[in-house]
Write a protein of this length. Structure first.
Length: 522
């Protein structure tokens, strides 16, 4: 199967890319975190602050970095839920939660960070989630190496840290088979969205590099590309830098091969628990097809051109930016299933939710430049039923006008219910169902197969922003990929614009869930 055909089926007909008779071997499931062996470790402070409101920029130390990493990706909660079964015997499910949402709570991503702080050796570290500590992989100064690996678009010597978000392919392939490729990009984006929000609360400036020399960065971290690969590079500073993303100052080209020769090859022993790791050739093939071997590459992603709808515009009420305690929103957030309870939503709640979500489009990245038209690469569509003063219907949200554009009037909840591949959410109890949309041919853009991955990451970043905003105003959302894309696209007439639904999020009020949960910090 060609890669273009594979990605098409991945989005519209995922059953065509899953082998017949695929069974999940739960007994041999991998851990949701990577454990290195026999390397120097640095414990991080477990005295986590209970509130997270925006603070003034100040120089970080090891304690502050520990708090930052915990709120980004640490083990935050343990919970036990009771699941009814066909034989009448309830099943108790125990899970360890982190604040970013994750498909199946499998957390396929890993965090690495290059740090230069006064109270620990400069070098590249892995964030050991299980023990809340740093594991030293390479000691030394790698400013010039990383600067060249991202195309000299940022002066890494002026940054106290640089985060690398990677994906371990097996961690959710064991359950989802080839469908894991779609999930991995979204999960990486959700994690990045959480990181961007936490950065603001700590007074850190950040920017996302989607384009870099993959093999050079993987080589720096000592990871095996047949098992794991970096998806994003995120420098962190205290004071905002003059971020440039056009490869200025590059004389000639920089190749991954030449950079790799500058550092010795390293391999580190680590533990994943699985004894029978199956092969995933399509994931490796797509990862290799997405790699950049030479910089500068001067490639940009396209934006979403919006068509005017025939229906009337509905202006949403003006609302101030939402000041909220991120720690509380994180602790309260979860993904409901049959917990939704139909309750009317006010226009002010809807306005806050959509305004906060659209704010996620405004972040530093290497896809936009001074010539960009300011349009996002993903957009927001929403089906409403039960919002005060707004007729039921399918709408597109115009963030510039802060208005809803009516596409198709009526109550679409039954269509949305029938489109679900698993009846784990009662859509009749949901007043809002938000869809993140993007270009159908993302892999046909100048970014090639990397464009598909970037699109999924940007969708994930938006998803996390939506979930946090919903939690902050007393609602909850559940990101879903198990739905018939063609049904949702037809509701919004997306074919006319060359768009497609990337993910859907039912949002509403929830009742009390029968579970026990506890926080994992001092």
């Amino acid at each position: 199967m060609q890669l273009e055909e594979f990605l098409h089926h991945l989005h519209t007909d995922p059953e065509k890319i899953t082998p017949l008779g695929w069974e999940i071997d739960w007994e041999d499931a991998p851990l949701s975190y990577k454990l290195y062996r026999n390397l120097p470790v640095i414990p991080l402070s477990a005295d986590i602050p209970l509130k997270l409101e925006e603070s003034e920029p100040r120089e970080p130390d090891l304690e502050r970095i520990g708090h930052f990493l915990w709120y980004v990706y640490g083990l935050a909660q343990v919970s036990q839920s009771v699941i009814p079964t066909e034989d009448g015997e309830p099943e108790i499910i125990q899970s360890f939660r982190r604040f970013p949402a994750s498909g199946g709570a499998l957390y396929p991503n890993e965090l690495y960070i290059y740090l230069k702080l006064a109270d620990l050796p400069s070098g590249v570290y892995h964030y050991d989630v299980a023990h809340h500590r740093l594991v030293l992989l390479r000691e030394g100064n790698f400013d010039d190496y990383i600067t060249r690996a991202i195309g000299k678009n940022c002066d890494i010597s002026s940054c106290y840290g640089t985060v690398f978000v990677s994906t371990m392919f097996w961690k959710n392939f064991f359950k989802y088979n080839n469908f894991a490729y779609r999930l991995q990009g979204l999960d990486a984006g959700v994690l990045m969205g959480q990181l961007m929000e936490v950065s603001k609360r700590f007074g850190f400036a950040s920017g996302v590099y989607f384009q870099f020399l993959d093999r050079a960065i993987n080589h720096l971290l000592g990871i095996d590309e047949k098992e794991e690969s970096v998806y994003a590079v995120i420098p962190l500073t205290v004071e905002p830098l003059n971020w440039s993303f056009a490869g200025r100052g590059i004389e000639g080209s920089i190749s991954a091969e030449s950079l790799c020769r500058e550092l010795s090859e390293t391999q580190f022993a680590h533990y994943v628990r699985s004894q029978r790791v199956k092969e995933f050739p399509k994931l490796i093939e797509l990862n290799e097809a997405s790699m950049i071997e030479m910089l500068p590459c001067a490639r940009k992603a396209g934006t979403v051109e919006q068509m005017d709808s025939e229906g009337a515009d509905i202006k949403l009420p003006f609302v101030e930016p939402l000041p909220y305690d991120l720690a509380e929103a994180c602790h309260q957030r979860f993904s409901p299933e049959m917990d939704f309870r139909m309750q009317t939503i006010s226009q002010e709640q809807l306005a806050v939710l959509l305004q906060e979500a659209s704010a996620s489009f405004l972040y530093r990245n290497d896809l936009d430049d001074s010539d960009s038209n300011g349009l996002p690469r993903v957009s927001i569509y929403i089906c409403l039923h039960g919002v005060e003063g707004i007729p039921s219907g399918a709408y597109r949200y115009d963030g510039v006008a802060h208005a809803l554009k009516l596409i198709r009037p009526g109550d679409h909840r039954l269509q949305l219910q029938y489109s679900l591949s698993l009846d784990n959410v009662n859509m009749l109890q949901v007043p809002l169902c938000l869809h993140v949309a993007g270009a159908k041919d993302s892999f046909g853009s100048p970014l090639g197969y990397r464009g598909y991955r970037i699109q999924q990451m940007e969708a994930g970043m938006l998803v996390q922003r939506v979930l946090l905003a919903a939690s902050a105003i007393g609602l909850q959302g559940h990101p879903l990929l198990g739905f018939d894309v063609k049904v949702c696209d037809s509701i919004y007439q997306m074919d006319r614009q060359g768009l497609t639904s990337l993910i859907q999020i039912p949002i509403g009020t929830v009742g009390q869930r029968p579970w026990l949960k506890g926080t994992l910090h001092h």
